[in-house]
Design a binder for this molecule. Structure first.
Ligand SMILES: N[C@@H](CCC(=O)N[C@@H](CS)C(=O)NCC(=O)O)C(=O)O
Length: 226
């Protein structure tokens, strides 16, 4: 929907390490973006559904892309200030975390971003397969007490929550042109919006939003990430 406010919508799935980088980068720049009048909203999507819906394939299934990612992955990690290995069990089926996040965004909004962070960290830094309920519970317990965590796991299995994740995923590829993650839909504040793909496109985004990207890079350095 057109917006007269500058806004970044970010469509991400925890199974995507580049989604983790994009999320982390925007979290680190929260204050700077607020100062520039830019709102940020995160949307959990199912990347597997985006691949099928857009006719794309996961990059690791194409040998040339899988080979390239051996170089690009570590470079991206270094740039964003991370150092982790790809878990042996990768890729995971990310429906369960996507559904828990969908429910939490709707019903426990204030803890939504903390749960996204916990999901990314549990999968990529602690190598927990959060597609499995016992490991998703570990991620939930970083943010919620046991009773609430159990309630969220249960809610994730309901038809309404499953449908809500499907709907957001479908919206991403049908309406916003998504073929991968991280997918951005950026409102320029003048009634127009454009898509951006990748955690390596922030400089284009700042240009589109008429923000000096140096402000953002400096902010990230201050918070110790770049
Ligand atoms: N150059 C992008 C790469 C992002 C990327 O490879 N995303 C994967 C998921 S982790 C994807 O959906 N790729 C689809 C494609 O490359 O067609 C970045 O730096 O963020």
């Amino acid at each position: 929907m057109p917006s007269n406010e500058k806004k970044i919508e970010l469509y991400i799935d925890c199974v995507s390490p580049y989604s983790f980088f994009a999320f982390d980068y925007l979290q680190k720049n929260k204050r700077a973006l607020q100062d520039h009048g830019v709102q940020v909203e995160y949307f959990p999507v199912f990347l597997g559904g985006i691949n099928v819906g857009s006719g794309n394939k996961p990059p690791w299934t194409l040998p040339a892309k899988a080979n390239y990612s051996k170089y690009d992955g570590p470079r991206a990690q270094k740039y964003f200030g991370f150092k982790f290995e790809i878990p042996d069990f990768f890729p995971i089926l990310s429906l369960l975390p996507g559904r828990c996040l969908t429910y939490v965004k709707e019903k426990r909004t204030k803890d939504f971003e903390a749960l996204f962070q916990a999901c990314f960290e549990s999968l990529w830094l602690q190598h927990l397969d959060i597609g499995k309920p016992e490991h998703m519970l570990t991620a939930l317990l970083k943010v919620f007490n046991n009773e609430d965590s159990q309630e969220i796991l249960k809610a994730a299995g309901t038809p309404q929550v499953k449908q809500a994740l499907n709907d957001t995923t479908k919206h991403a590829f049908e309406d916003l042109g998504a073929f991968g993650c991280p997918w951005f839909w950026v409102h320029d504040g003048k009634g127009k919006a454009e898509p951006f793909f990748g955690s390596d496109r922030f400089h284009f985004m700042w240009d589109y939003l008429e923000i000096s990207y140096r402000d953002l890079e400096i902010e990230s350095k201050i918070s110790g990430k770049l």
